[in-house]
Write a protein that binds this ligand. Sequence first.
Ligand code: FES
Length: 377
Amino acid sequence: MASYTLKLRRYSPESGDPAFWQEYKVDLDGHRSVLDGILQAKDREDGSIGIRCSCRAAICGSCGVKINGRPGLACHMHLEEAQRRADQNGGVITVEPMGNMPVLKDLIVDMDAVHWKKVQRVTPWLIPEGEHPEREYIVAKEAMVDVTQSMACIQCGACVSDCLSMEVDPLFVGPAALAKAYRFVGDPRDGQQFERLRDLSEDPHGIYDCTHCFNCIEACPKGVAPMSQIMRLRRIAGSDHGIDDRNNGHRHEKAFVDNIEKNGLLHEADLLPDSYGGKFHPRAVPELLASLPVALKGLRRGKITPKKALLHAHKASKDVKRIFERVHDQEKRYELNLYVSGKDEDLPGGEEMQDEQGTEAHGTPASSSAERSPNQA
Ligand code: FES
C-alpha cells in the first residue's frame, strides 16, 4: 500500500467563494485509479467533494477531469502513473475540472451547456433515404469499418476540454460533435451526406474552424482521433462533393497544399491571395487591403522584409515532389482507419496495408463513401 497526495480544485457556487485547491492524503496501491483515490478522500475525509462517475471502467465517460493539467478519465489513470507524471511538475497529483465548460461544483462541469448542445447541433441520428425496410438495415461489414473509430466515442468531453479552437471561438462545433457528425456522414445508410457536409462547411464555426492543434487526438482516451474525423469530413466535402464554402475553407486548404507542392516550405505571402483565387482576383483585393496594417507592422518590426515577402527562395525538393506525385497517381483516396488493427483476411473489399513503420491498418477506398450518397453535388 502506498500513500499519495491528491490536490483537488474545489468550487462551490452556493458559497460565493472563489475556487481553491485542497490536498488529501490517500492510501492505495499504485495500480488503483485516480478516481479510487478521490472516492477514498470523499469517503474518509470530506463527503462534500463533487465528482461524477459511474462505471469505473472507462466505459461510461462520466469521470472526465484534468489530471496534472491534461484531460482524461479519472478511472483510467493509475495513481502510480499520475504520480510519475506529477513528479515532473513538483510532485503532487493535481485534479481539476475539464476546460471549455462551466464548472457546476468541484470536479463536475456542465456538459449540457456545451458538449451535449454541440452534439445536438450535428443531428446525431441516422436519416435514411426512402422507405424503411421491413426488417433491419443490412450493411456490408467493410462499409462500417470506416466509422468504427468515431463510434468508439464515449462522450467524456476530454477532447472538448483541450480544444484550442473552442477556447478562441466558443461557438466552434468542436471535436466531439464533429467526430459524431462523421459517424453519420460515413454511414452508408444515411441519405443526407451532402446536406450534412454543406451545413458544416458553410457554418463559420464548422469543419473549417479547426486549426489542427492535435490536442483532441492526444486527449481522447479511446483513440477516436476527432481531428482525423474532421479532416475526413473536409476531404469528402471539398474533394468529393466540391462544396465551395462561403468561409473560403476549402480554397484555403487547396492553396496551402499547392503552395507546399510548389515551394516545399510555405510561402506565407502567397497563401492569402491564393486562398482567394490569386493576387488580382476581385475576392482577394479586399482581403489583401485588410491585411495591410498587419503587413506594415511586420515590416516595421523587421519580421518580414520586402524581399522575403515578394520572393521565396525555396523550391520544392525532389523528395517533396515525389510525395505529391505518389498521391496524385493514386486512383482512389484511401481513408486509413487506424483504430481497427490486426489481421482480418476475411474482410471483403477492405485492404490491409502497412506503412513504413510497419503499423497495420485497414483502408477503405474513400470514393466508396461518396458513391454511397445519392445526393452528390
Ligand atoms: Fe465511467 Fe470513468 S467512471 S468512464
